[in-house]
Design a protein around this ligand. Structure first.
Ligand code: AGP
Length: 607
């Protein structure tokens, strides 16, 4: 999604902003731009495409000034052209914006009727015109902001630069994220603390509906009704040193290889390494009082939730549903008193998940946030927080955050099961030991990365790929298909293996690779029958299994991958690794951009 930066510095603003925008590239974008105030007037440079294109423009036509705003745009209203790239300027006001101004059409009609001329088809431009009109009426930029904010509906964040004001930025947020950075005689604003990491780690997070006045000497924050408030300064957990690819080709490759560590750290956030006992964060700490768990998430986080449903039912003995946040958010779901919703999100900023969290609260549920970003909006709005310890994830395709979410969920299920008496001490210990063994098994899988290359070459050339799995392996089949289509643009579908005969079997012929996720668990024999059905129709089988599974079925597979033996309950965490590797290596084979695939955004802050 769009990336925002604003700088009030004692140094030239353009290089600082380009550097910050580079750190926001991971969010996904298709055009970019900067504006500064120099000699009292606004100057602007924009380009369609990646930041390299904007850099070329800047080299031809440098941008002076020590105060500025910058933006990477993920197109919503209008194509990714130079005209639609931010900043948008009306008179003396320049604006960069993330999210959607929902009532932009009505505002635009009103402004046009009053004589305004628009340069772009974006919703953003109305904000610049509204502010400029107020300032033209003789009020200060701050007063203009106070008047314009109540007129805007939607979920958004924006930053404003005003001609003639070299020591002023105005910033506002409603549902979309925005972080203010405090410097020594400098002030900054960015979409997240990652953008600001090399500039400052002193961060003030705006609350929903807040707007702020930034000057080099300090920041004032106001609520939507114009009341001045104090928002706490925090030291960001993100340091500049954490943001890099190391020796890897892509962030995604690095993040796949970060997983032994990410899983181990997350595990120890739930399970005490000394005693092996698991602890429960609120609102799950009243384990016996939890009537039902409703998991709310999108994309890969949703698949973590689907996996967790099996664990919550079988290990914790609690009724559990996993719901797509984008659907749940508007449902009048019937949920029991004493129910707990778990909002799962790597970024903690997915708007659908945030809205689903709010809906769950309005339906009487207490909410636990399972997020990877401690300062995120979802973390701040929940009743309790459990952090995945995956570290910053930059690849658009989520990898280490997924296995960290799975780890946290399994730890929670064990703790709940033990606290509710659904499993005895011995069973809890067996599961904890199995979970403790996962990072080592994951490392073993990663050491054999080369093993996946021939299969990945096959997938890169395919038109359609099917992923099949049953029970705990079903969400891994869904995740494998999502990974492949996201970064290789090869059409892939994940199916519950037993569902194949109800339709997708019609797709199978000798051109369709079928990836079967089948550890030798309680579902294995039935999955074996589904594999036989694929083979009978000439499908090319890639079998992901363990030694016992290979013994039973290996001969029938065109490609056989043997994974380390693990307890059935932890297998989803381990089997996530080969499906990630296959997608990544297929993307490298095809030459697609694994880190920033077309059309995708890392953190989806629109509806
Ligand atoms: C994962 O590979 C995706 N890019 C996407 O589905 C992602 O998981 C989804 O947008 C949810 O993001 P979140 O976890 O940050 O809420």
């Amino acid at each position: 999604m769009c990336g925002i930066v604003g700088v009030l510095s004692a140094q030239p603003a353009a290089p600082l902003m380009m550097d910050a925008l580079r750190r926001l590239e991971y969010r996904g974008y298709d055009s970019a731009g900067l504006a500064t105030v120099t000699g009292g007037t606004l100057a602007r440079r924009r380009a369609a495409g990646k930041l390299a294109a904007l850099q070329e423009v800047l080299e031809r036509d440098p941008l002076a000034g020590m105060s500025g705003i910058g933006h990477t745009r993920w197109a919503t209203h209008g194509p990714p052209t130079v005209e639609n790239a931010h900043p948008h300027v009306a008179g003396r006001v320049a604006v960069v914006h993330n999210g959607i101004i929902e009532n932009h059409a009505a505002l635009r009609a009103e402004l046009v009727a009053a004589g305004a001329t628009f340069e772009s088809t974006t919703d953003t431009e109305v904000v610049a015109h509204l502010l400029d009109r107020e300032i033209a009426d003789g009020v200060s930029p701050e007063q203009a902001m106070a008047r314009v904010m109540p007129r805007l509906t939607g979920a958004f964040a924006f930053v404003v630069l005003v001609a003639g004001q070299e020591d002023l930025l105005l910033a506002a947020r409603r549902a979309s994220p925005l972080a203010i950075g405090l410097g020594d005689g400098a002030a900054f604003v960015g979409s997240d603390a990652v953008a600001l990491a090399p500039l400052t780690r002193r961060i003030v997070y705006l609350e929903d509906g807040d707007w702020a006045v930034l000057r080099r000497s300090g920041v004032q924050v106001f609520t939507g009704d114009g009341t001045q408030v104090i928002r706490r300064e925090q030291v960001s957990t993100v340091s500049a040193a954490m943001i890099g690819k190391g020796n890897y080709r892509h962030f995604m490759e690095k993040e796949i290889h970060d997983q032994p560590e990410a899983i181990a750290h997350t595990l120890h956030a739930v399970i005490d390494p000394g005693t092996g006992s698991a602890t429960l964060p609120p609102p799950l700490d009243d384990a016996l009082g939890v009537a039902k768990i409703t998991i709310l998430a999108a994309g890969t986080s949703f698949y973590a939730g689907l996996t967790a449903r099996y664990w919550m039912e079988s290990i914790a003995g609690i009724a559990c549903e996993a719901e797509l946040a984008s659907e749940f958010r508007d449902r009048r779901a019937v949920l029991p008193a004493g129910g707990v919703a778990i909002a799962v999100s790597q970024s903690g900023e997915s708007l659908d998940t945030l809205m689903a969290l709010r809906n769950a609260k309005s339906l009487g549920q207490r909410v636990l946030a399972l997020v990877n970003v401690p300062e995120s909006t979802i973390a701040r709005e929940a009743d309790g927080v459990l952090l995945t310890r995956a570290g910053p994830e930059f690849g658009v395709a989520s990898t280490k955050a997924f296995t960290a979410q799975l780890t946290a969920f399994l730890g929670l299920a064990i703790a709940l099961g033990a606290a509710r008496g659904h499993i005895d001490e011995g069973e809890a210990l067996r599961l904890v030991i199995a979970l403790e063994g996962v990072p080592g098994r994951v490392a073993t899988v990663l050491e054999a990365e080369e093993r996946y290359l021939p299969i990945a070459r096959d997938l890169a050339r395919a038109r359609d790929v099917l992923y099949l799995g049953r029970g705990l392996s079903y969400p891994i089949a869904l995740e494998g298909a999502l990974k492949l289509k996201e970064i290789t643009y090869v059409h892939a579908e994940g199916y519950a293996a037993g569902e194949m005969k109800h339709g997708p079997i019609a797709l199978i012929d000798e051109h369709v690779p079928v990836i079967i996720v089948a550890p030798s668990d309680g579902w294995f024999d039935k999955t074996a029958s589904n594999m036989a059905e694929v083979r009978a129709r000439g499908g090319r089988v890639v079998l992901l299994t363990d030694a016992a599974g290979a013994e039973a079925l290996g001969e029938g597979a065109d490609h056989l991958v043997i994974l380390p033996d693990v307890a059935a309950e932890v297998a989803p965490i381990l089997y996530a690794i080969p499906v990630q590797l296959l997608a990544y290596l297929a993307a490298v084979e095809k030459g697609t951009d694994a880190d920033q695939p077309r059309n995708l955004a890392k953190s989806v802050t629109v509806e």
